[in-house]
Design a protein around this ligand. Structure first.
Ligand code: AMP
Length: 230
């Protein structure tokens, strides 16, 4: 049996996203509650929120953007809201939507902000997935309960994630750090780290390497790749 990957990754397909969003919409409908407006948490909540608008026949779609930043002194990740604009939604029922509830920090922040600054008539939370053992909040609606932490590689962040996955190998793997590594070696280290075949990423693999080289993170050299600034 293959060794456990360092960072377990599940590639999520567009078809799964449609299926999960449809399932989530059914749960909301079955509850008898209908939102007047949907608020997507940018950026992960955009696609699920747009699909929920379609499945639930909701026209109004707004957004708040969360951003994670590392507090310099403490090395702790903190979520903040960018563009904290004010609205009056006191006549409306609001559904706040994100892709996944992991720590739950993002949704707690967004929910508190909306409740305080937009004062909706009612406010509920929906997410495609809920990582129940670690989340500080349980969404009112979810489609999948995740019991063991995995990184869900959603189709809308495939390039960004692949670039970060590769960068992390160059930064942390002793076999790779400061060396020239052949692409086939890199592929096998990648598989070991993340448990997925680079081939399953399709064109994103080549694109990620190209972008990392263009950004000056990696350098394409005779025989393979070498880290420049990771
Ligand atoms: P949270 O830790 O709940 O504040 O998560 C913030 C955001 O990070 C989520 O909305 C996702 O976009 C992303 N995220 C966090 N954990 C995961 C995961 N396990 N898989 C995929 N995306 C994640």
């Amino acid at each position: 049996m293959a060794a456990k990957p360092k960072v377990p990754v599940k590639l999520v397909s567009w078809d799964e996203i449609v299926e999960w969003s449809r399932g989530l919409a059914s749960r909301i409908e079955e509850s008898g509650w209908k939102p007047d407006v949907i608020v997507a948490v940018a950026r992960g909540g955009y696609v699920p929120a747009r699909l929920l608008c379609d499945f639930l026949d909701v026209t109004d779609l707004l957004s708040v953007q969360s951003q994670h930043w590392v507090e310099a002194a403490r090395m702790a990740e903190k979520a903040i809201l960018k563009f904290p604009y004010k609205l009056d939604l006191s006549d409306l029922k609001v559904l706040l939507v994100d892709d996944i509830v992991d720590t739950g920090d993002t949704l707690i922040l967004a929910k508190d902000f909306i409740a305080r600054e937009w004062t909706p008539k009612d406010l509920k939370i929906a997410a495609l997935q809920w990582i129940s053992p670690v989340a500080k909040i349980k969404p009112d609606y979810y489609y999948i309960e995740v019991k063991e932490w995995i990184w869900f590689q959603y189709p809308w962040t495939r390039l960004e994630d692949t670039m970060q996955f590769i960068t992390r190998i160059f930064r942390e793997d002793e076999r790779v750090k400061g060396k020239i590594i052949r692409e086939d070696e890199l592929k096998s280290v990648f598989k070991e780290w993340y448990g997925i075949e680079p081939e399953s990423l399709g064109f994103y693999w080549d694109m990620a390497l190209e972008k990392l080289a263009a950004k000056g993170v990696l350098e394409r050299v005779e025989g393979g790749f070498k880290a420049v600034k990771v």
